[in-house]
Design a protein around this ligand. Structure first.
Ligand code: APR
Ligand code: PHB
Length: 390
């Protein structure tokens, strides 16, 4: 097979890039290790910046998101028994976010790929990039027991944190930055009306908690747990009782609980690899960087990579201009680091760190007090939450 852009990974990054390029007449092939059902079965975040939504529309897959996604003009931070609102719209001069589950977004992207006749190969085994330092790169893989090959101009690694693309770069050609947090998030999905129509991030002596949602009848709740905890240690009853203890009383009292339809623990990690390019291969999304989920930057950081790469490839194919291809890594990383800073800050502000000194705790409390005493501080939080410009 021959294509212009060979993409490894059919998650949100790979599918969105492939769809955007296809709309502009650039040919792509996406190689995905798992089945479509598997990819669609993953429960992930669900807060989109408007920049992301714009890209979805440009990719001709924004219709259902615009119809069913919920525009959120604010969210709350609960602490010390009270709930304070962060007025995103007022603080940013009219910006907001859209709550639309990643599962739904991925479904729309797959439908878009089908509609345009895009090539997405599922269950592609042992995908490997080759010839990245030359000008004839190719991908090899196995499908139904047969060895296959895709020749291309460029390779894009959109295969997530555990993918093969970053691992195929010689160690001496990259620099990795990492912070691992000493706790995880236990998340539960229930078919119940959300306790609040806006998200509530809560900080408490017992740890962080988050009340989120997917739709008017689907709630997503999280609590901070030690990394040593296992999911089966947490019954639904124990989960909700702990969640309520970390929330203001009125919120806990109003909460409708129900059996969990998904329950999992995710560790929290910050990670960035530099540069995001090796020869003819670019990295995008989780393949190059991950953030702790506090502040909902993960999916949105992937979207900004896709934006820069899409425009760089358009310039290359439509005008023969490679300046943005060469600038991709630096441009993408500049924004990636801002997302890293923000999610590290929000994580540090709202979680209980088991090894925190009295000094650390006092700083954390002061940071929170300052936030709600200064419109400038709140505006800084808000402009990061709705997404800094690409
Ligand atoms: N070969 C082919 N495909 C692979 C390989 C491989 N060796 N390794 C991983 N993949 C696939 C995975 O099965 C997955 O479908 O790559 C895809 C990567 O998708 P994501 O992990 O969702 O990463 P990305 O598309 O960059 O999405 C970034 O969405 O899921 C969130 O936390 C994520 O918020 C972040 C954003
Ligand atoms: C979620 O709904 O899963 C979610 C929302 C906001 C976050 C993290 C996760 O910051």
């Amino acid at each position: 097979m021959r294509t212009q852009v060979g993409i490894i990974g059919g998650g949100p990054s790979g599918l969105l890039l492939s769809q955007l390029l296809h709309v502009r007449g650039i040919d792509t092939v996406v190689l995905e290790r798992h089945t479509r059902d598997y990819v669609l079965g993953r429960i992930r975040a669900g807060v989109l910046e408007h920049g992301f939504a714009k890209l979805m529309r440009e990719a001709q897959v924004g219709e259902r998101m615009d119809r069913e996604g919920q525009v959120h003009d604010g969210f709350a931070i609960a602490h010390d028994g009270v709930r304070e609102r962060v007025d995103l719209k007022g603080l940013t001069g009219g910006n907001s976010v859209i709550v639309y589950g990643q599962t739904e977004l991925t479904r729309d992207l797959y439908e878009g790929r089908d509609r345009l006749g895009g090539v997405v190969v599922h269950e592609a085994e042992d995908v490997a990039p080759h010839g990245l330092e030359g000008d004839r790169p190719y991908l090899s893989y196995r499908k139904d027991g047969k060895d296959e090959r895709v020749d291309c101009d460029y390779v894009v690694g959109c295969d997530g944190f555990h993918g093969v693309s970053r691992k195929s770069i010689p160690k001496e050609r990259i620099r990795e930055h990492e912070r691992v947090y000493p706790f995880g998030w236990l998340g539960v999905l229930t078919r119940t009306p959300p306790v609040s129509h806006e998200l509530i991030y809560a900080t408490h002596d017992r740890g962080f908690a988050l009340c989120s949602l997917r739709s008017p009848m689907l709630s997503r709740y999280y609590i901070q747990v030690p990394l040593s905890d296992a999911v089966d240690q947490w019954s639904d009853e124990a989960f909700f009782s702990e969640l309520k203890r970390r929330l203001p009383e009125d919120v806990g009292a109003a909460m409708v609980t129900g059996p969990s339809i998904e329950k999992s623990i995710a560790p929290l990690r910050s990670y960035v690899v530099e540069p995001m390019r090796y020869g003819r291969m670019f990295l995008a999304g989780d393949a190059a960087h991950i953030v702790p989920p506090t502040g909902a930057r993960g999916l949105n950081s992937a979207a900004s990579d896709v934006y820069y790469l899409y425009h760089a490839l358009l310039d290359h194919y439509e005008r023969g201009d490679d300046r943005d291809i060469d600038a991709y890594s630096a441009k993408a990383l500049a924004r990636v680091w801002k997302g890293q800073r923000f999610s590290w800050w929000m994580t540090t502000l709202l979680h209980r760190f088991p090894d925190a000194s009295a000094f650390d705790r006092q700083l954390q409390k002061t940071d929170l007090a300052y936030l709600f005493s200064s419109r400038h501080a709140l505006a800084s939080l808000a402009e990061n939450y709705v997404g800094l410009p690409f």
